[in-house]
Design a binder for this molecule. Sequence first.
Ligand code: CS2
Length: 475
Amino acid sequence: MTAPRLKRPDTPRPATGIVHLGLGAFFRAFGCSYVMDAMAAGGGDWGIVGVSLRSPDTRDALRDQDWAYRAVSLGADGESSRIIDVLNDVLVAPENPQAVLDAMVNEAVQIVSLTVTEKGYCHHPASGKLNHDHPDIVHDLAHDLPRSTIGYLVRALKARRAEGMRPFTVLTCDNLPQNGQLLRGLVLEFAELLDPDLARWIATEGRFPSTMVDRITPATTDADIARLSDAAGTYDAAPVLHEPFSQWVVEDDFVDDARPDFGAAGAQLVRDVEPFEDMKLRMLNGTHSALAYTGYLAGHETISDTVSDPVFAAYVRALWGEIMPNVSAPDGVDLAGYADALFDRYANQNIRHKTWQIAMDGSQKLPQRMFGTLRETYQGGGSAPMLSLAIAAWIKYVGGVDEAGAPIDVRDPLAEKLREVLDAAQSPADKTAAVLAIREIVPADLAPRLGDPVMAAAQDIWALGTRAAIEKALG
Ligand code: CS2
């Protein structure tokens, strides 16, 4: 018998106050849940219109449930779930870009939040500047109906200005350093090309708070959907699964101070997010990426499988040993305790977070996850053999062939370019040199310093295999 469809609870629906760009599992497991709690505690009309920038899948799955879905918290010793009902609609941008702009140009919408992943910013990861050659940026400068996130933000702000409206606050929730400031710079660069007066208006009236977001959210599988439907007795076509832990640190700088009561929902509202972001990007995301490449190559499917292997458990501790000396702890945070808590989160066997999922888009992720630590380590006269190994593992991974000779499904906007330079080089040393020479990824000041240690690590990985190379490096 098929289970009946999950129904939206019969509670009053808040009017829309937020448009969210990039409605993936992460925001549905994280931001939607904060907004729901904030409205429960502090009221306000902060219903959300979600926008999928590419595929119609989420819209198609949620439509017959009136946009409600189940969020399941997977603890190490049990799970709990609740229904999230803050979405009022889901739009699919490529199907109807005008509808997305109309939603953003609604005066009741005071916040446009986004989780569009690193590559959604259409910037050069090494410099933080807008990539003027990006096909979507080229398109969006020439057409009124955009394709890129930056295009949507600027065109919508332009229309609001023309209508005499206040701008919305742009609330980025992606794992990028000083994400608000970065996005502000990209939006202003694009606006300047379109209309310098508009750029000036955005610069003075617009607000782009930075945020640090943290909740591990593995992709939902068909098996998860089936299991959860059986357990609940109702069929949810798009549940989200997440760890119990959650942290949101938000710079409290919103247009006209208009925002949900995020504080009542457990978010930290602060003046300066940078120390939190820096700690999280380096200690969590940096080790996540390191474990993703090395773990995948060693045949581990998930992060929890990886850290249950004693070699990798020691490896991640050694990585924190390299990373922590250059992290300044935010007020009241003990970095060693933070690392211990991260280890427990990684070890949670109920979270099946695939190494392959985290390995995606490395060219866009590694700069902010690892390069800052490396630069500061070298400046202090130190060395970083564990991070060098992670970079060598990434180089092996993007070569597209695993240690057993099987192909790897590499997902990265620069996958083709990486594969090309790697196929043209023969030895591990040459392959390393070829990748470190790609300036879009590796800045000129860092490449020469990385050369020797990453080449040495690559030689070990190619000769011994990744796991044995780690054992050797651990000594
Ligand atoms: C992960 C992040 O996929 C990835 O690159 O490192 O999604 C990570 O799980 C989150 O940032 C945790 O907050």
